[in-house]
Design a protein around this ligand. Structure first.
Ligand SMILES: CC(C)(COP(=O)(O)OP(=O)(O)OC[C@H]1O[C@@H](n2cnc3c(N)ncnc32)[C@H](O)[C@@H]1OP(=O)(O)O)[C@@H](O)C(=O)NCCC(=O)NCCS
Length: 161
């Protein structure tokens, strides 16, 4: 018998991002980025026909949002706008699962090439992307403003779908 409190968390469930996920996504975004996105901004993206998103939530009815990813499509290319996992749920394969599902949905929507920008010092995200087959194709020097006033380079990564 597995005690409900001590058992491992249920496997996450993945679904297309909905505008009703925006408030939870905004809170998760704020845990991951120095410049958080307001719920209304995320809702506007969710209602944009060019934006494709996926949500990971607890795998039980009414489960909380644990992570999300949003990309913008233009012709047969797309760019990942953001991906984040709730701090308390990181390291459990949610980012990997989200990205894998998202790549499949983008490919099904006709995307052939996917781009993204990642801060050079973001080891977790860089490992996630390397594992998913992204390769560096560029660098934007001093692209990100850090909370301490310093600047960090962005790496531009690309992956064929
Ligand atoms: C990047 C992020 C989305 C990863 O989400 P996650 O759910 O914790 O990732 P997963 O548990 O699925 O891990 C997937 C892979 O990422 C890498 N990874 C995750 N956390 C890591 C860490 N702390 N250090 C190094 N690599 C890490 C590993 O390669 C891991 O694969 P493995 O478990 O087979 O080794 C999460 O750390 C996050 O939300 N960060 C803040 C927001 C952010 O930086 N987004 C990316 C912007 S470009």
């Amino acid at each position: 018998m597995r005690l409900p409190f001590f058992g491992s968390p249920p496997a996450p469930a993945f679904s297309p991002f909905r505008s009703s996920d925006a408030a939870a996504a905004s809170a998760i975004h704020a845990e991951g980025f120095a410049a958080p996105w307001a719920s209304v901004e995320i809702e506007r993206l969710a209602n944009d026909d060019a934006v494709i998103g996926d949500t990971a939530r607890e795998g039980k009815p009414g489960g909380r949002v644990l992570g999300f990813v949003l990309s913008r499509k233009a012709a047969d290319e797309a760019e990942i706008l953001t991906i984040a996992t709730a701090r308390a749920a990181r390291g459990r394969g949610i980012g990997k699962g989200l990205l894998s599902r998202h790549l499949a949905r983008l490919a099904a929507a006709g995307v052939r090439t996917l781009f993204l920008e990642v801060e050079e010092t973001n080891a977790a995200a860089r490992a996630l992307y390397a594992q998913a087959g992204f390769e560096q194709v560029g660098r934007r020097t001093a692209y990100y403003a850090k909370p301490d006033g310093s600047r960090a380079d962005a790496l531009v990564l690309k992956r064929p779908l």
